[in-house]
Design a protein around this ligand. Structure first.
Ligand SMILES: Cc1cc2nc3c(=O)[nH]c(=O)nc-3n(C[C@H](O)[C@H](O)[C@H](O)COP(=O)(O)OP(=O)(O)OC[C@H]3O[C@@H](n4cnc5c(N)ncnc54)[C@H](O)[C@@H]3O)c2cc1C
Length: 504
């Protein structure tokens, strides 16, 4: 008889795990509390405008391809992707423009327009980014670190030191660049993992290589196609997907998870895998069944940053926008002090716009644009009240963009806001954080909460808060890695054998 697995949540991590387990012969059920799958990635349609609310910058395409290939399918039979070149347009307050590109010579020309010194050092920086990515990909991203033996692997420890764990991204960037524009442009990669460039470790310089050399991709039909294609594959493999089904608690007997209590009744399984934010779902095990309350450990983590989203459907085209465009403010990086220290929505945020119509005409009615506008925001705390500030802040962003030439948003045919409170309500993201925990320190970057519960056997975690981290490719990888690990175990009390270090 097949072993049974329950997955709590139908985000990308959960779907990827479901596919991996179903491929290995498990009887898999995905339980999603919302009416639709996708978690932080949602499709929004209104008055002929279509938006992907959530991730739009898709990198490391191989992470998605692997999900299909390991199930014996070709990704191209499920989704069509295209590479964006140039990648992202960076616009500074004085009109300086840098279009990130695979073409190093062109990149140097653009940077040289404001800093010949930085331009000269760009190739060396990219080389460093490539080196760091190689180490991360080889040692950290593609493996779980559960047993003591895995964690103490001498090769891992050697390479850990080679990614400069004690150096911040800012310090590393300052070894190559001195101009504030270059520092802000490449420092922004820290926000891809919910962190501040001033605090995040240097390892995130690897994202410069990921974007420039591995590429940024679009998905025909929108990034939500990633969810739809994985859900289709999961169903083909026999996965039962139940939406509108919330898991209320995880059932534990003699220290082992054996099922869940849901709004639809109880379901039993051999393995329970939580895809909802670990900082929330780990609390689904009643405290009396743990040695110490989950909050004692989980509340010590600093949540990642969140985001304020404005969706604007406008009867206008914008020649200055590429598919991805970032408007940097005059006071560069003041936003990180606002977000992480004062915990208020930034006075002067960098504004990111995804103008998907640049690549696909049918995202808006004739002559129109569907703009996804994102400002980084703090995780939820008493310092900022979105209920009171939602409209003011939206208007502020509209005025800011109008000054930068993105006019007409006040006459938008569709205008919707989405705050960190909404994200928390819809996905149970702890404090509305996008990437689970921040990567603002060595501990939070390299010693993330593990993929296996510390105390409860048969209970696993996949998704942004767990290893290897947040962002669409990494959560997809985490689902695959956990599925492979569970499948490699021979049944019975598998987790405790890992704990003893006897599995590998
Ligand atoms: C505004 C925004 C912009 C982003 N931009 C990018 C980007 O450009 N590029 C990129 O790569 N990433 C981006 N991300 C991050 C990316 O979306 C996430 O890292 C990723 O989608 C998270 O996937 P996940 O598997 O961790 O699960 P989630 O998406 O968090 O899904 C978890 C699911 O679990 C469900 N759930 C939780 N608790 C329960 C329960 N008790 N019972 C049943 N179901 C439950 C939730 O409803 C949810 O559907 C962005 C995110 C946001 C919000």
């Amino acid at each position: 008889m097949s072993r049974k697995a329950i997955i709590v949540g139908g985000g990308l991590g959960g779907l990827s795990c479901a596919i991996g387990l179903a491929t290995a012969g498990f009887d898999v059920t995905v339980l999603e509390k919302e009416k639709t799958l996708g978690g932080k990635l949602k499709r929004v349609e209104a008055s002929g405008y279509r938006f992907d609310r959530g991730p739009s910058t898709i990198t490391m395409l191989h992470a998605f391809r692997r999900v299909f290939e390991r199930a014996g399918r070709r990704m191209e039979d499920y989704i069509q992707t295209y590479e964006l070149e140039p990648r992202t347009r960076n616009l500074f307050a004085d009109g300086t423009k840098v279009d990130l590109s695979r073409d190093r010579g062109w990149m140097q020309q653009q940077i040289a327009a404001y800093s010949p010194e930085d331009a000269a050092r760009y190739p060396a920086f990219l080389e460093e980014a490539r080196r760091i990515y190689g180490l991360a990909d080889g040692r950290f991203l593609n493996r779980l670190m559960l047993s003591m033996r895995e964690k103490a692997d001498p090769a891992l420890l050697r390479d850990f030191m080679r990614v400069r764990p004690n150096t911040t991204l800012r310090t590393l960037l300052a070894r190559y660049f001195s101009h504030p524009y270059t520092l802000a442009m490449f420092g922004r990669y820290a926000t891809y993992v919910g962190a501040s460039p001033l605090q995040a470790p240097a390892i995130f310089a690897m994202l410069a290589h990921v974007e420039a050399d591995l590429g940024i991709y679009g998905v025909y039909g929108g990034t939500y196609q990633l969810v739809e294609s994985m859900a289709r594959l999961a169903r083909e493999l026999g996965v039962h997907i139940l939406t509108d089904a919330e898991v209320l608690s995880i059932k534990v007997r003699s220290g082992r998870a054996y099922g869940v209590e849901t709004t639809e009744g109880a379901i039993e399984a051999d393995e329970v895998i939580c895809n909802g934010d670990l900082l929330t779902t780990a609390r689904l095990v009643p405290d009396r069944l743990r040695k110490r309350p989950a909050a004692e450990r989980l509340d010590r983590y600093e949540p990642s940053l969140s985001g304020f989203v404005l969706l604007a459907g406008v009867r206008q085209r914008y020649e200055s926008l590429l598919h991805h465009t970032v408007f940097f403010p005059e006071r560069l990086e003041s936003e990180f002090e606002d977000i992480f220290t004062r915990r208020v929505a930034p006075e002067d945020p960098a504004l990111y716009i995804c103008n998907s119509g640049y690549s696909e005409a049918d995202t808006a009615p004739e002559g129109g644009s569907s703009l996804f506008i994102l400002a980084n925001a703090p995780y939820l705390s008493e310092a900022w009240n979105w209920k009171e500030q939602r409209e003011n802040y939206a208007n502020k962003l509209i005025v800011m963009l109008d000054r930068r030439g993105i006019s007409g948003l006040n006459k938008a045919e569709v205008l919707q806001t989405y705050t960190p409170s909404d994200l928390q309500r819809d996905t149970y993201a702890h404090r509305g954080a996008i990437y689970g925990i921040s990567s603002n320190s060595m501990r939070q970057t390299f010693f993330r909460p593990g993929n296996r519960d510390r105390e409860i056997d048969g209970l696993w975690y996949v998704g942004g808060t767990a290893h290897p981290g947040g962002g669409t490719p990494l959560v997809t990888m985490s689902g695959q890695l956990v599925a492979e690990r569970i499948a490699s175990l021979k049944g019975g009390d598998a987790s405790s054998r890992i704990r003893a270090g006897s599995v590998e």
